[in-house]
Ligand binder design. Structure first.
Ligand SMILES: NC(=O)c1ccc[n+]([C@@H]2O[C@H](COP(=O)([O-])OP(=O)(O)OC[C@H]3O[C@@H](n4cnc5c(N)ncnc54)[C@H](OP(=O)(O)O)[C@@H]3O)[C@@H](O)[C@H]2O)c1
Length: 252
């Protein structure tokens, strides 16, 4: 059991999310900032005495940090980057055998509630009749697409229908693509300006449309969720967790 306050470090501290996390730490009782890192990431020596690192760098940065922490038995991690390759996913899963890691493409309470609602709707509305389309909009500097959140929403829908996202996903369309495959989950992406993050999931039948949507207005929202995840993971056994675990939501 780590002492109170929980001692946090921030990786990617000069980035947009890193800056928001620093503010969230300052505003939250029960945590304190031990250190903040830009490039290059921290050495193990610089992490001594840290309970949890909150990392919003990049898939490469998060995978490397996971291996470093796992090799030394800690600290625990909260990982927020999106756009991981299968090899990077595997590196993080291997690290989670030695340390506790919370990883989520979205730390907002609203999106984590939305995941459950999407699963419920996908289960209730038959694939033969209701086509699922996921649309997301983000700021011009975002480098991965579709967003990590859009993929989480797609996975929730696919799981609820007994499908795999890899099998059901219809990526961006262009040209003569033919009719829409039954049971497919379509994705579309918009990038522009400073938009923090918009997601909508459409269930479209011939005679009705259900839309479930979420709009993030400030990235402080994600930062506060990441700090809550850090408080939670500080007392967990090694393993790979997500925000649904932190919030205590039942499996979808
Ligand atoms: N999970 C969520 O709720 C959530 C919410 C918002 C964003 N995100 C994700 O969080 C990530 C960061 O977003 P952001 O908008 O904060 O990006 P950003 O402004 O570009 O910040 C990323 C920071 O990490 C640094 N960095 C990148 N790769 C690194 C590495 N290998 N080692 C050390 N430092 C590294 C960058 O340094 P340089 O500038 O030198 O490259 C930059 O300071 C993205 O993947 C984004 O999709 C997740």
């Amino acid at each position: 059991m780590p002492p109170t306050p929980i001692r946090l470090a921030v990786a990617g501290a000069q980035g947009r999310m890193g800056q928001a996390v620093l503010k969230a730490i300052e505003a939250r009782d029960g945590v304190c900032l031990q250190s903040a890192f830009g490039r290059p990431g921290p050495s193990q020596h610089e992490l001594s005495g840290v309970d949890v690192v909150i990392d919003f760098t990049s898939p490469e940065g998060s995978a490397d940090l996971s291996a470093l922490c796992a090799d030394h038995g800690g600290p625990a991690l909260v990982l927020g980057a999106t756009g991981f390759t299968p090899a990077q996913d595997a590196k993080i899963a291997a690290a989670a055998e030695a340390i506790a890691i919370v990883r989520s493409g979205n730390f907002s309470l609203g999106v984590n509630v939305l995941l459950g609602l999407v699963g419920q709707a996908a289960r209730a509305l038959p694939a033969q009749t209701y086509d699922i389309e996921i649309a997301e909009t983000h700021h011009r500097r975002k480098v991965d697409a579709p967003s990590g959140t859009a993929l989480m929403l797609g996975r929730a829908a696919a799981d609820a229908r007994g499908l795999t996202l890899e099998g059901a996903a219809i990526p961006a369309r262009e040209g003569f693509v033919g009719p829409r495959p039954v049971g497919g989950i379509g994705f579309s992406v918009v990038r522009g300006g400073g938009i923090v993050g918009e997601h909508s999931v459409l269930f479209a039948a011939e005679d009705e449309i259900l839309t479930l949507s979420h709009s993030a207005r400030d990235r402080g929202l994600f930062a506060r969720g990441a700090v809550e995840a850090a408080l939670w993971v500080a007392t967990q056994s090694p393993g790979l967790y997500d925000m649904q675990d932190v919030l205590g939501f039942p499996p979808a």
